[in-house]
Design a binder for this molecule. Structure first.
Ligand code: SAH
Length: 488
């Protein structure tokens, strides 16, 4: 097989990034996998080979000879180029089925669970899987013709796809982009280096972050800049404010056309200082240009203050469903001691606290723990205690110190680790703590299944699995699992 060869291939599987996978037999009868972005299972496609490796190859989709009945025209015209929505060419029903199956397969193949589907609830999809994100981060740049571009990176690159509108962000973003782009262009034309150039590490404005409180309507805009201030001219900041206000006003004239049907108002405008030559979007410091230093929003009836650098779940509607499930699986009566490992800003901890005796949260990022404590105060929740540190260090230490104290045994342990899953030491400690239940919230079914295998070997039993679609049109799958201790 050589680069630029053309093959007809039947797609029989989907990979981790939603790419189609077909198999060719080579002369020595070995099966050879070909990865084809944008192709769906069941499709017969013509591909041009782009890159050949030892056991597999990448092909470019040249023609769909026989399309899948699940193929749809993506709502967004840029879906194929943009690195954001990798599954928009698939019907939403099919996408939900794909995600549910991904969890089932991982549980069976990696977790060693027999007939995993029988433990799984129906996947929770969105009625309207568009305009659901509360946070957007738009990179800005200048193209060859000197025109300002603002949008998203193409998949696995740093070339910016210029967008007027994004179908998964809050609809306000379209109106903000419409007024921000001319403002950026004007100052780029006037001063030359207003827009950041990533290659040369020169220029000022790098990214624009927006956040909208879905319940409060509060809007945050934060400009990430390669500098300490926006001091090109006082007019620049004034013009920025009028651009943002025009965007908000125009959206408010149209808000009835969108799913949330609520007005918004500008609440916080800031800059974030990031002078490093780095892929990290945000730097460590913010300065307020106008309004408050944070916005607030709710998940259920719990209020959160969110600053530009805070972590906050991006799909507030589905997050509520996910946390409700986690709380439901925990099955609390009000007397329990609960641990919430990897607690972030305390979102799950606070949701659990209402029905628990005491909730202990552990999180590695100091700022997140500070946010968690403030959020507890903000909601007058006092039966929570937060520890800052690695869960795999804090929890064993706590266990050693207090294991003989009456009432120190946790009744329920909740974990919500990052994609790499739980640390082995932590899983050991959890099993020694002998909780009645473990509720595992996961953003990666493969590491979830690996950890479930470990926990089932340590005497826990899989009881229930929920899958909640938090990141519609992407390949990310969020699930929540209930494990119960045997011989209780
Ligand atoms: N439960 C929270 C956050 C989950 S994201 C929510 O739903 O909002 C996972 C969190 O684990 C992140 O906040 C990350 O900072 C934290 N984390 C990563 N490694 C950790 C470790 N070893 N110990 C404790 N927390 C860790």
């Amino acid at each position: 097989m050589n680069k630029n060869d053309i093959y007809e291939i039947k797609i029989d599987d989907l990979g981790n990034d939603g790419e189609g996978i077909g198999h060719l037999s080579t002369e020595d009868k070995k099966s050879f996998a070909v990865f084809v972005k944008d192709a769906l299972v069941g499709e017969l496609v013509r591909v041009r080979i782009l890159k050949v490796k030892k056991n597999y190859a990448y092909g470019r989709l040249e023609e769909i000879i026989k399309p899948s009945p699940d193929r749809v025209q993506p709502v967004c015209p840029e879906a194929r180029r943009c690195g954001g929505c990798l599954l928009m060419h698939m019907s939403y029903e099919m996408e939900l089925e794909y995600k549910w199956n991904k969890v089932r397969e991982c549980l069976e193949r990696i977790g060693g669970i027999v007939n995993a589907g029988s433990y799984m609830e129906k996947i929770e999809g969105m009625d309207n899987p568009y305009f659901f994100r509360n946070k957007m981060q738009f990179p800005v740049g200048v193209n060859r013709d000197g025109r300002v571009t603002m949008g998203f990176f193409a998949q696995r690159t740093h070339s910016i796809i210029d967008l007027d509108k994004c179908y998964i962000g809050h609809p306000l973003n379209e109106y903000l982009i419409k007024h921000l782009k001319p403002w950026l262009q004007r100052w780029q034309d006037r001063t030359g280096g207003f827009i950041y150039n990533e290659m040369a590490h020169e220029g000022l404005v790098r990214h624009i972050l927006t956040r909208v409180g879905f319940k409060t309507g509060e809007v945050m805009v934060c400009l990430v800049i390669n500098g300490d201030s926006l001091n090109v001219s006082k007019d620049a900041a004034d013009e920025l404010m009028s651009a943002l206000n025009r965007g908000v006003d125009e959206y408010n004239e149209h808000f009835m056309e969108y799913p949330l049907q609520s007005r918004v108002r500008l609440a916080s405008v800031s800059i974030n200082i990031n002078r490093d030559k780095t892929n990290r979007i945000m730097g460590d410091r913010c300065k307020i240009l106008w309004g408050n230093d944070c916005i607030s929003d709710y998940i259920g009836d719990i209020k959160f203050n969110i600053s530009p650098m805070s972590f906050f779940q991006v799909n507030p509607i589905q997050t509520k469903i996910l946390y409700d499930k986690a709380v439901d699986y925990a099955g609390l009566s009000g007397n329990e001691n609960v641990w919430d490992m990897y607690c972030g800003i305390g979102t799950i901890s606070l949701a659990l606290a209402k029905n628990a005796h005491m909730v202990y949260g552990v999180e590695i990022v100091p700022q997140a723990i500070e946010d968690a404590r403030n959020n507890a105060d903000l909601n007058a929740i006092s039966n929570v205690e937060f520890f800052c540190g690695k869960a795999e260090e804090v929890v064993p230490r706590f266990y050693e110190e207090r294991r003989n104290d009456a009432g120190s045994r946790p009744d329920v342990v909740v974990v919500d680790p990052p994609r790499k899953g739980c640390d082995q030491t932590l899983l050991d400690t959890i099993s020694r703590m002998k909780p009645d239940k473990i509720v595992y919230v996961s953003c990666d079914p493969a590491t979830l299944a690996r950890d479930i295998k470990i926990l089932t070997e340590k005497g826990f039993e899989l009881k229930k699995v929920g899958v909640v679609d938090q990141f519609c049109h992407s390949c990310h799958v969020e699930s929540v699992v209930l494990l119960q201790r045997k011989n209780m």
